[in-house]
Design a protein around this ligand. Structure first.
Ligand SMILES: [Zn+2]
Length: 379
């Protein structure tokens, strides 16, 4: 079912997950998946990838569209604002305008990143709504595909997952008892990465709500929470933006949750340990937490930023639960201009050097990098 289509045997360019669901790759660090959905003359593109990967992606997209009979894109849905998902948007829009004469509308949950950050202008998006439906056309004589938008914050405030489901055709209903040709699956963006781990989490409480929502959809219609329209069958596959599909989603979701709980336990232990350090007067700082990571994390600006953001998300939750207290202090060593620039470079790789430091004012970076807080266990 998950068949690579190869222009050459050594270099697979896109894969057909199932009819009407093509997965392309935007090359970069990391590679990111881009999805072409639908079987009719117009298709929907989900994410567009890196600006540096755009030329290859557009070659592959053109090939995939020609090979599958697609004539144009009717919409582009962006799962969230991160650069690896969004940076090629203006290039893809321009390509579509030149090739097909139109610019397809782009959809995204709102998130007000600033104008000088190098990302596509926020004003050029139409806002997504939770549970919004995107028809994807027929996928058999009596069936239709559609994508249902799920607002799933936690990795980012504007994160969307897409439930792709097969429903009876409005024009020609299937025979009674006819089996649905394709089970539902979820394009889960960066809520999970291939291999079943979570990526950076900015807000832990909403992350847990989001993965629980996906879990309910994997348990099936009876278990789905009443407010969520659920597919007729359980979801059996989650397809992340990075890495291979998760084919045992229930155990993957449980494992990711357990890993988070374990991370919290280790963070509390670390807090206890760091408090014994006489230099940690008044409590630990975020920089102290970074100090306990191995050098390959500390010395890599991207990994270090991820570690800080995750630690901050855990601390924020522990403070909200009353298990850790945070105190604003003026004597917390602040991050240097270089560290600030390195951090925002991860999010804004095309921004000018002059703008990089000011971009750390954007949530969620501000919470971490401008932090004047010390953290102590509540005894
Ligand atoms: Zn992301």
């Amino acid at each position: 079912m998950f068949k690579w289509v190869a222009q050459s045997l050594s270099k697979p360019r896109y894969s057909v997950f199932q009819p009407g669901v093509i997965i392309l790759t935007s090359r970069g660090v990391p590679d990111v998946s881009v999805f072409l959905l639908g079987m009719g003359p117009t298709r929907i593109l989900v994410d567009v990838g890196w600006h540096t990967g755009a030329v290859t992606l557009l070659d592959d997209l053109q090939q995939a569209m020609e090979n599958s009979g697609a004539q144009s894109l009717s919409a582009i849905i962006i799962t969230h604002w991160h650069c690896d998902h969004i940076l090629a948007l203006d290039i893809v829009r321009d390509w579509h305008r030149q090739r097909f004469g139109t610019i397809p509308p782009s959809y995204k949950f709102p998130f007000p990143y600033p104008p000088k950050c190098g990302l596509p202008d926020v004003a050029t998006f139409l806002p997504l709504a939770d549970e919004q439906l995107f028809p994807l056309g027929p996928c058999g004589p009596s069936w239709e595909y559609r994508a249902r938008v799920l607002h799933t914050p936690g990795h980012s405030p504007d994160h969307a997952a897409l439930l792709v489901e097969t429903v009876p055709s409005r024009e020609q209903a299937p025979a009674p008892g006819a089996a649905c040709p394709f089970p539902p699956f979820i394009i889960c963006g960066d809520l999970f990465v291939g291999g079943g781990t979570s990526s950076i989490v900015i807000h832990l409480a909403s992350y847990y709500v989001s993965i629980e929502r996906l879990k309910q959809l994997c348990l099936g219609p009876d278990a789905a929470r009443p407010s969520t329209a659920s597919p007729a069958q359980p979801v059996t596959v989650l397809i992340p933006s990075h890495g291979e599909p998760l084919r045992n989603p229930l155990s993957d979701i449980d494992r990711v949750r357990a890993a988070r709980v374990d991370r919290e336990r280790r963070l509390l232990e670390q807090l206890e340990q760091l408090e014994k350090d006489p230099s940690a007067v008044g409590g630990c700082t975020l920089r102290d937490f970074l100090g306990s990571y191995p050098p390959q994390v500390r010395k890599n600006p991207f990994l270090a930023t991820g570690a800080l953001l995750n630690a901050h998300a855990h601390l924020e939750k522990l403070v909200a639960e009353g298990r850790v207290v945070e105190t604003r202090c003026d004597n917390v060593p602040q991050f240097s201009a270089d560290e600030l620039a390195n951090t925002s470079r991860m999010y804004f790789p095309t921004a000018s050097e002059a703008d990089l430091v000011s971009l750390t004012e954007l949530e969620p970076l501000r919470a971490v990098l401008r932090s004047h807080f010390r953290y102590r266990l509540v005894r």
